[in-house]
Design a protein around this ligand. Sequence first.
Ligand code: ADP
Length: 243
Amino acid sequence: MIDIHGLTVRYGKKIALNNLDLRVGDGEHLILMGPNGSGKTTLLRALLGLVRYDGTISLNGKSTNGIARRELAREIAYVPQIFSTPYTFTVKEFVSMGLYSLSREWWIEDERIHKVLSDVGIDELKEKTINTLSGGELQKAIIARALVQDSNYILMDEPTAHLDIRSTQEVLEVVSNFKDKGTIIVSHDLNALNKLGGSVLLIKNGEIVFKGMKDDPDFKGRIMDTFETRIGEIGGFFYFPLS
Ligand code: ADP
């Protein structure tokens, strides 16, 4: 259980998050949505201990403030936005880096690596170098690197941004199989919400404006207010109309 109370983050005079209270249950899938600059990345950074904050963040009742990085990594893994890399690590080597948070002997062939590669569906890519992967393949390798940490929670920053439709479907399929891992996913992609279900957290100007399920009667109105746009719905599936 992640419990956040009175979380406030300031960058100089700018208040990026203002007195947030939030609880994320074990195994809960939470989609975090909000306009650019609303504080989504700052919330992830606070959870990862990468930014100074007021208030408390606790994991299973224990404050994360001052917790050792390795200990935190056992609880929370992070999938950053997709990045390009000039490095020529093989996929297998890249994924094994996730083990560094658990052991100093991370540069090893380990059955955990093979299991994760197979779970994510990239086993056949294991000897390829990461600088030769397609966007979708690289995103799956980044997810695999986080999964090998075997943490209770996983934070993902726009996992389907920059991916084509087919890769988006494949990545969302992978994420939908995180059965008992608490997952917080920053996404602008309503397909993520449609596919993954789970709960939605809408934030705007550093404040929570909604937390609930997408079939909550208030959701549609709140998301339209949050993004100041219309939202379409067909058979329970939401989309942002372009005109
Ligand atoms: P989001 O991820 O929702 O786009 P961010 O958490 O990145 O939003 O940013 C929230 C607010 O904090 C924005 O107004 C942004 O300009 C500001 N901000 C983010 N990082 C910094 C920083 N390092 N220094 C100053 N202001 C920042």
